[in-house]
Write a protein that binds this ligand. Structure first.
Ligand code: PMT
Length: 405
């Protein structure tokens, strides 16, 4: 695996050193290209030491005329000798240049000459990320089929909090490996995925919800799309960009999620319910904001529709995969859900305890309980890798279930 790693000029450039090492650890030969701005943050020597290769910095670095000619066509050589172009951090400036075909340095020239897959890891200030110009450029780049990872939400170097932080190096390296090993084993399938929380209103300005970020469900949608599936993603309120090539439907409440699932169920061959659907809602939401008084108040809650249980009754030939988020008795509770909701697989994860699993984190640790009676443990891994394991096991399970019929 030969990877050209373009490093843009942002504070996240220091994380790209870790990315270079993570790629090398996964067996990649890494050729680093640094923009002039990137060199203001990290010295090329850092990357040269980590990759064992000279870092490309300039389009015209040489002094003699023949050397200048050789370096002027070097971007073509780099373009032809690498399997994947990863740009991390992909700054707002680089995204704009890529989107519009501007080529005024080595990296932007290489981008135009590069025929293979491209993975971009944007990182910038929250306002820059949200600016309509950046979002329009993002859409152009997605439309070209480039893979985009991140940015994540969090506290940024500029002091703001919001989306803009570069994805973690391990997650970018995993996405790079996935892009290159892309299997097309889900071609012809339609995968319906639910993701994120639901929001159940208490009054016009308040709601009940939970900590789901949508990362697990989005990782499943992205993994299925990368493997050739037609993907329908039904998502509650999350702060993640719509995955490229995926039909994304946004909902708020459990009832809306239920209606969207059944309105889109017909073409689905695999249904995966990663959403953290609220179990209760207020049946009659007051029209006006609840007034604060000194008195204790109680709110009556009714159960929401159990979408997974209804799917279990109506699934037909579809493969139905539910999740179980438990704080105790993980396997026992997951087994109960597998049977009572007529699922083919339950993805069980412990929540509320581990920092690197369950809600919000970029990684997860799960146990897959299969209708065949077997279980598969997936060790702590980036959610995208967990998603691929779930899809691998789903395909094997379908073969096993068909053979058993
Ligand atoms: O979104 P992230 O931050 O990445 O976090 C991922 C996750 C922890 C949300 C995810 O891995 C996960 O566990 N999702 C399921 C959460 C959940 O609601 O679990 P549960 O055990 O309460 O529900 C069991 C199953 O029934 C789930 O498939 C759920 O989608 C489904 N359900 C629940 C209630 C309801 N009214 N309708 C449903 O369909």
């Amino acid at each position: 695996m030969r990877v050209a790693l373009g490093v843009g000029g942002g504070i996240a450039a220091y994380k790209s050193a870790e990315l270079a090492r993570a790629l090398a650890e996964r067996g990649a030969q890494v050729q680093v290209i640094m923009t002039a701005a990137a060199r203001e943050f990290v010295r090329p020597l850092t990357f040269a030491a980590l990759t064992g290769r000279k870092v490309v910095t300039d389009l015209f670095p040489a002094s003699s005329e023949s050397e200048a000619l050789a370096s002027a066509v070097e971007h073509i050589g780099v373009a032809q000798s690498n399997d994947l172009l990863v740009v991390a951090p992909a700054t707002a400036d680089l995204m704009a240049k890529f989107a519009h075909g501007l080529a005024d340095d080595f990296l932007t020239t290489l981008y135009l000459a590069f025929p293979g897959p491209v993975l971009l890891a944007p990182a910038m200030n929250t306002n820059m990320w949200r600016h309509p110009a950046t979002q329009a450029n993002l859409e152009l780049l997605r439309g070209r089929g480039h893979a985009i990872i991140g940015p994540e939400e969090g506290e940024l170097a500029c002091g703001m909090t919001g989306p803009g932080r570069m994805a973690e190096p391990a997650a970018i390296a995993a996405a790079a490996v996935n892009l290159l090993n892309r299997k097309r084993d889900l071609e012809g399938e339609t995968v319906l995925v639910t993701a994120g929380p639901t929001r159940e209103p208490l009054d016009p300005v308040r709601f009940i919800s939970n900590r789901s970020s949508g990362k697990m469900g989005y990782a499943l949608a992205e993994a299925a799309a990368a493997r050739g599936a037609n993907v329908i993603l039904i998502a509650g309120p999350v702060h993640l960009p719509d995955p490229p090539g995926v039909k994304t439907i946004k909902v708020q409440t459990a009832q809306e999620m239920r209606d969207a699932v059944f309105a889109n169920l017909e073409p689905a061959t695999i249904v995966i319910k990663a959403a953290a659907v609220a179990d209760y809602h207020v049946a009659n939401v007051p029209q006006q904001k609840l007034k604060k008084t000194a008195a204790r108040i109680s709110i009556e809650l009714d159960p929401t529709p159990d979408i997974l249980a209804e799917l279990g009754q109506k699934k037909g030939d579809r493969l139905l995969i539910g999740f179980a988020a438990e704080t105790e008795n993980l396997r026992q509770e997951a087994r109960r859900k597998l049977l009572t909701k007529n699922c083919d697989m339950i993805v069980a994860n412990l929540v509320g305890q581990e920092e690197n699993a369950g809600f919000e984190s970029d990684t997860n640790e799960v146990v897959l309980l299969l209708a065949t009676g077997s279980t598969v443990s997936v060790p702590p891994s980036p959610k995208r890798e967990v998603a691929d394991r779930i899809l691998d096991e789903a395909l094997k399970l379908r073969l096993a279930l068909h053979a058993a019929r």
